[in-house]
Design a protein around this ligand. Sequence first.
Ligand SMILES: Cc1cc2nc3c(=O)[nH]c(=O)nc-3n(C[C@H](O)[C@H](O)[C@H](O)COP(=O)(O)OP(=O)(O)OC[C@H]3O[C@@H](n4cnc5c(N)ncnc54)[C@H](O)[C@@H]3O)c2cc1C
Length: 486
Amino acid sequence: MEFIKSADVVVIGGGIVGTAVLRELSKYDLKCILVEKEPDLAMGTTKANSAILHAGFDAPTGSLKAITNVRGNKLYHELEQELDLDIKWTGSLVAATTDEEMKTLQELLERGKANGVEGLKILSREEVLEKEKNLTSVKGALWAPSAGVCWPFGAALAFARCAVQNGAEVIRDCRVLGFIKEDGRIAGVETSKGVIRTKYVVNAAGVYADEIAKLAGDESFTITPRKGEYILFDKTACSSLVFGVVFPTPTKKSKGILVCTTTHGNTFIGPNAQDMEDKDDHAVTAEGMNEIIASARKLIPNLPMGAAITEFSGLRAVSSTGDFIIGASAVAGLYNAAGMQSPGLTAAPAVAEMLAEAIVKDSGAQAKADFKAKLPKKHIFNRLNWDKQAELIKENSLYGRVICRCETITEAEIVEAIHESCGARTVDGVKRRTRAGMGRCQGGFCGPRVTQILARELNIPVPEVLKERADSHMFYEKNQAQGGEA
Ligand SMILES: Cc1cc2nc3c(=O)[nH]c(=O)nc-3n(C[C@H](O)[C@H](O)[C@H](O)COP(=O)(O)OP(=O)(O)OC[C@H]3O[C@@H](n4cnc5c(N)ncnc54)[C@H](O)[C@@H]3O)c2cc1C
């Protein structure tokens, strides 16, 4: 296999954990490369979850989940401005509808206090209804003011872009196939693009982390995918259904089916929890939909089902150890960030701190004096007032061309999303960076226009534009579709 590059650290996986680790490592004089098998970042579990920055009362006290959750939540409060993250600090409610569930709230409160969560309080029915008027069946709730909702794709992208601005490299469409070992320790990573020589590897491969570890000779854990399905509602139909995050009282298997409003104003319900065998099975099922609708109706009886615009599912990476697996493996040079089920999104910056500390200690790397922490702020056209919008259109006429009518996304924002660092290369990549295609029509109107813009800006023919993954072509030349040459 051809040798392509060398690095001090290779991070495998461009989800929230891999990108957070890359950013943390880019604070040191280490040459770091992140490899991601897909055409874009955050296409695994990071793109399909509840997007909640949990307060930290769920996980058992002393577990890695609890420690990194509470620390991660604090770090997001600090990183929000620096990285221009899209977060709403709404607080969260765990709603109890029976006396038995009220007892569970007390247990959660005590566990939360032991985990170091601040501001937890049990609210009466009246106090809950002041916050969320549609929770008509509630008896009381646990209030956690430090919780919030974020845009997970945006957070992963911001971590990666910050790392790149500090000298790290991101290689997409680059699948890890194996490892090169010398004297029992990692000496290189074999990828679909060639060999990268390296001393250290961070395994942040999500549901595939056990397979990556096994390729390196570490068989100490396995990962089982656990599917969670969701329904997303049109924001114009239900913007005042719930203000923040509303959980039911949790079960042993999951935090339960919640009702929540995203940072963009869409309410969603989900997820259920179903153990799977296939790590690529993202199908949503009729049974799953029925299950989450029935559960969510226990909290909010008047769900506007006619306003559902899409369904999706994500896979939790459930580890055989029962906790997150963070740190040095028995294979020298390999560091795992595995079993990152919920609250992995919240925990990611704390997990990154722990791993970077371990690698820095092992390698003797020095902190950079010139680390650039801040990312430039982006214009979000539809959040600006008319005067500012007019000013932008004067500067760049592409702000005057609305491509996505549902979300009011302009051509200028799409062009910027393609050309920024770690820029969009696919239609869904544009969607996740700008929201073009995320509205009521789900891209029915703007999809072909976004495809045209991608083809023009990337200088490729329209049939080469992908929707999301490799081979997800949407258009074919007429004679190519008939079996002839393109
Ligand atoms: C239903 C559900 C709800 C959740 N809700 C929350 C929540 O509200 N709050 C919260 O804190 N957490 C939540 N989580 C957990 C959170 O989403 C995950 O912990 C987090 O996204 C995991 O990130 P990751 O980077 O470890 O994995 P991923 O995002 O899956 O990233 C792994 C990456 O590795 C890449 N990869 C895999 N194999 C290879 C290879 N061979 N070569 C190169 N790249 C490879 C993949 O393509 C992928 O991009 C939820 C999870 C689910 C499923």
